[in-house]
Design a protein around this ligand. Structure first.
Ligand SMILES: NC(=O)c1ccc[n+]([C@@H]2O[C@H](COP(=O)([O-])OP(=O)(O)OC[C@H]3O[C@@H](n4cnc5c(N)ncnc54)[C@H](O)[C@@H]3O)[C@@H](O)[C@H]2O)c1
Length: 468
C-alpha cells in the first residue's frame, strides 16, 4: 500500500496533453472480444439511481449502441423507478431491465453486480460512504468501474480506496473517477499552457463556490419527523439526506468543493502540504445537519504558493462559482460559472480579465465538448483498446485534500498533510456489514440533534459521537 509519504512525494499526476484530445476520438476502432458471446456489447449496472447516477448512465449509453444497461439498484423504490423510467424513455433500445434485475436495499449492490460479466462496467453513484464497499465487490467480480466523486469521506477510507485501486490495477480493471473536469478538453489544453509557462510562476489560486442551500445539505427536525413517520428507519432517513451527514458524504464541503480543489491542484501540478481554515454556522435556526454554512480554507503548497477556497451556502448574498490562477506573467481562468468550460480556459496578461488583455483561449467560441461525456469516452476507449486506466489514486488524493480542508475548518487547527494522513477516526466503520435493519452509524441525541463540529473545543476529530 502507498505510505502517506509516497502519496505526497511521488506526485504522479496524470499529464493530460492536447495530444490526448485527438487520440480519444472513437473512430475506426476494433472492439476486442472481451465480452464472450456478444463481442461489441458492454453491459452496465447502475448502483445509486439518483440525479448523478441517472446522468452518468445516460452519458455511458450515449457512447454508442453497444452500451447496454442491464441492472439497477437503489435503496428507495421511487428513486429507482423514476431513474429507470427516464433512462428507458431516452434509450429504449439500450435499456434491458426486467423486474428481476431491479434491486432494492443497502445490499442490492451485490445482486446488481452479479448480473454483469467480468469486463462489464458498474456505475457507483451512491453517497460516497459506500464507495469502498462497492468498489471492493466490483474488484472481486472483475468489473470495470465508473465511480462518482468524492471517493472517500475520511482518512481511513481514503487510504483504503488507494489500496483497493492498486488491487484493481493488478487485475487490469479500468476505473474512472467522476472528476470530469480532468477530461475537459479545454482544461487539458489550459494545463499544457500553464505548465508551459504561459502565466509564469503561479503565485496564488482562488476558488469560490457560493450559492443558496443545495442538495440535502440543510435538514430540519420536521424533515426527520416526517421521514420517520413515513416508516423510514433512522438509517434510511440519513441516507435520504446524505449531504447533511459527514459519515455519508463528507458534508457539503467534500461533495461540492472537491471539483474546484482538484482542478486548482491539477493546474499547480501538486497537492498542498498544509492548510488552515475558518468556518461556522450563521443563520442555521433549528437545523440539525452537521454542516457549516461558511468555509474558507487557505491551502499551502511545498513551494509556498497559496490556494484560497471560499465556500458559502446562503441565500440573499453574492453568488459566485469560479476558479482562477494568478501567475507572475498573467492570469488563467480555470472555471467560470460551471463545471463546463463555458467562458473559462482563458489566459490574460496582467491580473484582470479585461477582454483586451486576453492572450489565449482554449475554445474561443466557447463550444467545448461536454466533460461528462468525455470522461466516458476516455473510459470506454481504454476498455476497448485495453489501455491501463485507473484514476483511483488521483481521485483519493483529491478527496483527501478536500477532507483536509474540511478537517481544518471543523477543528480550528492548522493541518499538516503528514500528520493528517495518520488520523484514525473512521466515521462509519464496518459499512461492508450494513443491512437494511442496521442501526444508523450516527446517533441523534434525545432532541433529535446530531453532533456538530466545535472548532477549538473538539480538536482531535471533527465531531464527537453521542454516548449510547
Ligand atoms: N461529478 C459531478 O458533477 C456530480 C454531480 C452530482 C453528484 N455527484 C456525486 O454523485 C453521488 C450521488 O449524488 P446525487 O446528487 O446523484 O445524489 P442522489 O441522492 O440524487 O442519488 C443518490 C442515490 O443513491 C441511492 N443510495 C444511497 N445509498 C445507497 C446504497 N447503499 N445502495 C444503493 N443505492 C443507494 C439513493 O437512494 C439515491 O437514489 C455523490 O457522490 C455526488 O457527490 C457528482
Amino acid at each position: 500500500m502507498n505510505t502517506p509519504e509516497s502519496i505526497f512525494t511521488r506526485r504522479e499526476f496524470v499529464k493530460t496533453s492536447s495530444q490526448a484530445v485527438a487520440a480519444s476520438a472513437l473512430v475506426g476502432m476494433v472492439i476486442p472480444t472481451v465480452h464472450g458471446a456478444e463481442p461489441n456489447e458492454i453491459r452496465l449496472a447502475l448502483i445509486g439511481s439518483g440525479g448523478r447516477g441517472t446522468g452518468a448512465a445516460m452519458d455511458a449509453l450515449t457512447q454508442g449502441p453497444h452500451m447496454k444497461l442491464v441492472a439497477i439498484a437503489d435503496v428507495f423504490e421511487n428513486k429507482l423507478n423514476s431513474s429507470l423510467g427516464n433512462l428507458s424513455r431516452k434509450f429504449t433500445a439500450q435499456v434491458d431491465i426486467p423486474e428481476e434485475r431491479k434491486f432494492l436495499g443497502v445490499e442490492s449492490y451485490k445482486q446488481a453486480m452479479d448480473a454483469l460479466r467480468p469486463g462489464d462496467i458498474v456505475i457507483l453513484a451512491t453517497p460516497p460512504a459506500f464507495r469502498w464497499v462497492h468498489f471492493k465487490y466490483a474488484i472481486e467480480k472483475g468489473l470495470n468501474v465508473f465511480m462518482e466523486k468524492p471517493i472517500c469521506v475520511d482518512v481511513p477510507t481514503g487510504l483504503r480506496m488507494i489500496e483497493l485501486g492498486e488491487e484493481a490495477k493488478k487485475k487490469n480493471l479500468k476505473v474512472g473517477v467522476g472528476l470530469m473536469v480532468r477530461h475537459c478538453r479545454g482544461r487539458q489544453a489550459l494545463f499544457d499552457q500553464i505548465q508551459g509557462g504561459a502565466i509564469g510562476e503561479i503565485l496564488a489560486m482562488r476558488a469560490y463556490r457560493m450559492h443558496p442551500p443545495v442538495g440535502s445539505a440543510f435538514t430540519t427536525p420536521k424533515m426527520r419527523n416526517d421521514s420517520l413517520a413515513a416508516d423510514n428507519s433512522e438509517l434510511r432517513f440519513q441516507i435520504s439526506r446524505f449531504h447533511s451527514f459527514l459519515w455519508l458524504s463528507g458534508g457539503l464541503f467534500s461533495d461540492f468543493y472537491i471539483h474546484q480543489i482538484d482542478e486548482c491542484c491539477w493546474m499547480k501540478n501538486a497537492w498542498p502540504v498544509k492548510c488552515q481554515a475558518v468556518g461556522g454556522r450563521h443563520y442555521r435556526e433549528d437545523k440539525i445537519d452537521q454542516n457549516f454554512d461558511v468555509y474558507h480554507v487557505e491551502y499551502t503548497f511545498a513551494d509556498g504558493t497559496k490556494f484560497f477556497m471560499y465556500g458559502r451556502t446562503m441565500g440573499g448574498v453574492k453568488d459566485e462559482f469560479s476558479s482562477t490562477a494568478h501567475g507572475t506573467k498573467g492570469l488563467a481562468t480555470i472555471s467560470v460559472g460551471s463545471h463546463h468550460l463555458g467562458k473559462a480556459g482563458r489566459i490574460f496578461k496582467g491580473q484582470l480579465t479585461k477582454p483586451a488583455d486576453q492572450v489565449w483561449a482554449a475554445f474561443p467560441d466557447a463550444k467545448a465538448p461536454d466533460p461528462y461525456k468525455m470522461e466516458w469516452a476516455d473510459l470506454v476507449e481504454a476498455i476497448q483498446k485495453d489501455q491501463t486506466y485507473n484514476e483511483v489514486k488521483r481521485g483519493a488524493e483529491a478527496s483527501l485534500v478536500s477532507v483536509m480542508g474540511r478537517h481544518a475548518a471543523h477543528t480550528g487547527q492548522e493541518i499538516v498533510w503528514d500528520d493528517f494522513i495518520g488520523i484514525k477516526h473512521e466515521f462509519a466503520p464496518g459499512l461492508d456489514g450494513l443491512t437494511d435493519k442496521s442501526a444508523a452509524p450516527l446517533r441523534a441525541d434525545k432532541d433529535g440533534k446530531y453532533p456538530l463540529p466545535m472548532p477549538g473545543l473538539t480538536r482531535d476529530r471533527e465531531y464527537r459521537e453521542f454516548e449510547a
